[in-house]
Design a protein around this ligand. Structure first.
Ligand code: PMP
Length: 317
């Protein structure tokens, strides 16, 4: 795996060793930052790297910043251009994770969000699977609760709030599971530790609504669209009881990091046959083809990294 050499930091692309902050930084002390996670997929035949749903991620980044009173000096298009420039500098030829980060940069002890300086950074790094058993994960319902909207909104991708997913994931792994499902304060299904969740009941997809303390996932929205348009399957967005997890025909996680991961068992009860089901199988095939730029119908979902640079080079010669 290649190593990260550069970062976008304090307004320019610098060697990664120079992208450092002081221990007095507000965001380091209080978790006052927000971030994104974007994937770029390598297509070997085309020798091209495709960034998936870049615009949607930077739009959500702007919304998270808005909530934290972080003013970003870059609009969505500029953030996209910076990302492409960074990826071209690195020249990776493998699957990549892009991490934009906006944070309260003041070196000041003050538990507040207003009247502080903001900074924005981006780095990119090679990234493979998030869950080893993507085709059949063993999952447990967490003893932790999802943070609720009136405490720390899960709707924003807030750095400090990820202590909640970290507690959930750690408990799951230490208890021998691959992942966890977390419930809301009132006991309904929220999502995975850091991914959204779908179940299949009576042949229909069911997922928790955005008011159940979930992150409003970009993969979730993409799968709702793909299921409807390509599989002819509607998704019902409604509250899900814990025991419905045990009755589901299929269950799977989705998210930029986790991609689409089938769930084989929940709390030691087999989901369906215990093998990857037909709906999640079809969705995964579609998703990976689109992500690698192989399904031209969905070309607007991906941004080629090297094609633009090649065109510019040709134009210059
Ligand atoms: N929920 C949480 C808590 C997340 O951190 C993420 C992102 N990794 C998701 C859901 C999935 O969101 P997306 O599909 O936009 O990556």
């Amino acid at each position: 795996m290649a190593k990260t050499k550069y970062a976008f930091f304090e307004g320019q692309i610098v060697p990664i060793e120079r992208a450092k902050v002081s221990i007095m930084t507000h965001a380091l002390n209080y978790g006052t930052g927000c971030f994104e996670g974007i994937r770029a997929y390598w297509n070997d035949e085309e020798e091209e790297l495709y960034v998936l749903k870049m615009r949607e991620h930077y739009e959500r980044f702007h919304r998270s910043c808005h909530m934290l009173l972080i003013s970003l000096p870059y609009d969505v298009d500029t953030l996209g251009d910076i990302t492409l420039e960074l990826l071209r500098r690195e020249g990776f030829q493998e699957d990549i994770y892009v991490r934009p980060l906006a944070y309260k940069a003041s070196e000041k002890l003050a538990v507040q969000l207003q009247d502080l300086e903001d900074e924005c950074a981006i780095f990119v790094t090679p990234f493979g699977k998030y869950i080893e058993k993507e085709e059949g994960a063993s999952v447990g319902v967490s003893s932790w609760q999802r943070i609720s909207d009136n405490a720390i909104p899960a709707r924003g991708k807030i750095t400090g709030s990820y202590i909640n997913p970290a507690l959930i994931k750690t408990e799951a792994i230490m208890n021998g599971y691959d992942e966890a499902i977390v419930l809301t304060a009132d006991g309904h299904v929220s999502e995975g530790s850091a991914q959204n969740l779908f179940i299949v009941r009576d042949g229909k997809l069911v997922t928790s609504p955005v008011t159940e303390d979930i992150l409003e996932g970009i993969t979730r929205a993409s799968l709702i669209e793909l299921a409807r348009d390509e599989l002819g399957i509607d998704t019902v967005e409604r509250k899900i009881d814990r025991s419905e997890l045990y009755m589901a025909e299929e269950a799977f996680f989705c998210g930029t990091g986790v991609q689409i991961a089938a769930i084989a068992s929940i709390d030691h009860r087999k989901v369906g046959t215990g093998k990857m089901g037909p709906i999640v199988t079809r969705l995964r095939d579609l998703y990976f083809d689109i992500a690698r730029g192989k399904n031209k119908k969905y070309a607007p979902w991906v941004t080629p990294v090297y094609a633009g640079a090649r065109r510019e080079r040709l134009a210059a010669t």
